[in-house]
Design a protein around this ligand. Structure first.
Ligand SMILES: [Fe+2]
Ligand SMILES: [Fe+2]
Length: 153
């Protein structure tokens, strides 16, 4: 696996999230999906580089352009990013397929192992969401209280 390449993609995604003030998307969703996908991928012998890059970029369309048809906008955006990073056409194609197929609302079964795994990891991460929302509310509530000196200590 080309770790340097993966970190380049990660930085692009983090920068985009930061610019749009959506770092929580990276911290509580994208990185969660990446870890779940890689865990599953190791069990089934999937390509880790494709899986990590696809997981990092899977919601780039939603983050940049909104939720509607974000598997399509994200696929276009990811292709642009990966071409700039000079990835092989074949690898780009595999990553783009994962992004196009990632939404569980879409009633299609992805062809590649990596796309199947990403779809499952993304769906699974949404089961964890209620817990994340409670955590984020608690965290932000604490920040709010501290900002206005509402904490007792
Ligand atoms: Fe998504
Ligand atoms: Fe997602």
């Amino acid at each position: 696996m080309d770790s340097e390449l993966v970190e380049k993609v990660r930085n692009i995604v983090i920068d985009a999230c930061r610019q749009l003030e959506r770092l929580d998307d990276y911290n509580y969703h994208i990185s969660v999906v990446e870890n779940l996908a890689v865990d599953l991928g190791k069990r089934f012998g999937a390509n880790e580089e494709i899986l990590r890059i696809a997981a990092l970029l899977h919601d780039i369309g939603r983050i940049k352009f909104g939720p509607e048809r974000h598997e399509e906008t994200g696929a276009i955006e990811a292709e642009k990013i990966l071409k700039e990073l000079k990835l092989e056409e074949k690898t780009i194609g595999k990553i783009v397929e994962c992004i196009k197929e990632h939404r569980h609302e879409k009633p299609t079964i992805p062809v590649s192992l990596e796309a199947k795994i990403l779809k499952i990891a993304d769906a699974y991460s949404h089961f964890k969401k209620p817990l994340e929302i409670i955590y984020m509310r608690a965290k932000n509530g604490r920040k709010f209280r501290r900002k206005f000196n509402m904490d007792e200590e």
